[in-house]
Design a protein around this ligand. Sequence first.
Ligand code: PMP
Length: 285
Amino acid sequence: MSRIAYVNGQYELMGAASVHIEDRGYQFADGVYEVCEIRGAKIIDFTKHMTRLQRSLRELRIAMPMALAALQIVMQEVVRRNRVRSGIVYLQVSRGVSRRDHAFPTHPVAPSVVVTARGISPQKGSDTAARGIKVITHAENRWPRVDIKSVSLLPNVLAKQAAREQGASEAWYVDAQGFVTEGASSNAWIITKDDRVVTRSADSGILAGITRAVLIDVLAAMQLKLEERPFTPAEAAAAKEAFVTASSQIVMPVVAIDNQPIGDGRPGAIARRLREEFHRFAEAV
Ligand code: PMP
């Protein structure tokens, strides 16, 4: 089936869809994005994703391109036109098209909006979760404003490629103090031998993940202890369990870090349980 994208007011065949070559998203990565999970043909945690989108836009002084209700209709329409039941919907907003000049355009420019969606087999996700994933560590090489969900992802691209070349599927960034910040496209978590669930606080050096926020509600409901603090790769290697969270992966068990097995080298029981419980706490629209 042909895929359909929404580009600046039009639904177009993906192969024919295009953006202007002087779009600032293309030239400067001057834009932001969101990825939401689709499940049962519905968008998961739309409200939280849109709150974060609006914050990212505000931080970069890009205008919200349309009313939230309109954006919801567009995203749902892209999901519908692509007949996606399980998968992801991607939204990108850039500062718009203007003659190339680093500083913001001095005349009013409409932000560019692109929405795409694609199906991902739920079985594939479950199979990966049943095996668990490996992570490598990678020196933090990003700008300090990682709280903004910007499309400037070159450091993340390089870290992910390094992971792939080492037979792993995620890279955990390690800051100058030797602590894990987050994954190249996920938040990082460990579970200690006495069942405390540890993840870095969202106010320093990480993106405030939506999956992370919802999972904190799941932990409270399951009466699991949460510790928001940094941890080192050595503590991760000695942990009972580890996992990552992201909208496209929900809770994904981590079974090795830099080729050292975590726990018994298999997905942990708590991570598996958190993955199963997650959607009871998520919103679907
Ligand atoms: N950190 C980074 C760097 C990411 O790219 C992502 C995924 N977009 C996350 C964390 C997880 O965020 P979320 O749970 O909102 O998908």
